[in-house]
Design a protein around this ligand. Sequence first.
Ligand code: FAD
Length: 444
Amino acid sequence: MPWSRCLAPVLPSLSRRSRCEEPSDSEPPTQRPPRVVVVGAGLTGCLTAALLRRSLPQLELQVWERATYPSGRFGAGLAFEGHWLDLGAQVLSLIEVDSGHPNAGADGHNLQSSDLCSAWEEVQKMVSQSFLHRVPDDMLAATEERMKYTGLWAHFWCHQGFGALQRRYLAEARAELRHGRVDAVADGTLVITKRPSGQVLREEADLVILAVPAPEVLRVTGPGRWPAVAAALERIRYDRRSAVGVALDHALLLPVADAFAGAAEMSLDLPQYVEADDKVHLIAWQNVKRMECHGVSSTSIPHGDPILLVVHSTTSEPNFHLSDALKAVSQVLGVPSSLVEGLVLKSKMVDWTSCQMVQPLESIPTNLRVEEPCLQHGRVIVAGDFWSQSSFLGCFCSAKAAVRCAVTNLEAKEVMPEEARAELNVNGSICLDLDLEFIERHFL
Ligand SMILES: Cc1cc2nc3c(=O)[nH]c(=O)nc-3n(C[C@H](O)[C@H](O)[C@H](O)COP(=O)(O)OP(=O)(O)OC[C@H]3O[C@@H](n4cnc5c(N)ncnc54)[C@H](O)[C@@H]3O)c2cc1C
């Protein structure tokens, strides 16, 4: 039953219990939509907000993001003269469930088959709208990350850049996007510090959905609050990578086109590039990602358009700089580095300290019984790629699970038992403590 029908009757009944009086017919029951706050406007947060809106159209929804735009490891980028360079993920990856491969779409890695199918449908819808574009495997680097096993993984580009995908989900969510860093989260309460003023705000919500990397979950929930959860989250490990986006003068088009030879990526830590700089893992040519989406070949990039490259460091390189990226570019182009340096129009570097998971939750021996890629504790739900895997698929499935949890929780208020506190077992994992005092304080 949707919350809008089920929540309204329960609140007056709680009111009656607390005040020992019957409601009069002339007093309409107090009704207000549940208020949910999502922390983090990365891919998981934006997806969660959009999927929540699909399930609960009347919801009051707010998203807090510490950066100045919806970004994170998927949506972060460099905007330059109307062009976009993806600084995090270079492709959107998920399982091609209808490929006929025996493992495509099977349950596993903490993911449910039905969610894998929903993710595929979601992406196919955006392909049919020409918002996403499937990448031919031969245009991608031969890196292990691309998991080129026919019939399993499929990769997509967004012709406007992945920042546009997150903005699209936020627009669908009709969420109020607020900028500020959430410093503390405790059962339905958030403390936020606004930058740069330093103003400290306090927000209350019926549910808070944390969609930030595991170390940040630990930071905002504070030490010792959830010992079992903390013990597991502390052991999740990410690799670290730096990304440098660089817009170069159009004069470099021909050497770049020669070096990429029809591909969009080259991986430099493969044996064929032993002479290239070993600090660099991948170079991705952004113009091609945009042009291919429009069916135009790389050599027909409009005259004067900047050449847009993104360079990812290897995971073992903690001290990576623009100069390292330019050195590698000059090596693969066969052009003096002083020339490349002189043709830089704009650059931006991001140090992804929590990049992609190398030790996800599923690989950690823990007492936590997590059967879904999310976890709920009181009025806090924790979602993110770290419950399963660092990919669009991992984020989508976690967002789906978080929305299931949220809907169950909001609807549970209707069937709240007479006892003062009920311990419900959500998803067979964590006990949910429904706080009647909180509800009376905030709803009645
Ligand atoms: C280099 C790299 C390559 C990748 N390659 C691929 C690929 O090929 N295919 C693929 O599908 N995926 C890839 N990924 C993985 C994918 O990008 C991630 O799995 C995904 O972006 C994780 O999203 P998230 O929303 O869970 O976390 P994040 O992207 O980390 O988002 C968290 C958001 O929360 C915000 N935030 C954090 N703390 C706070 C706070 N206290 N208050 C307010 N806001 C806060 C952050 O600013 C951020 O916007 C790659 C990632 C990287 C970095």
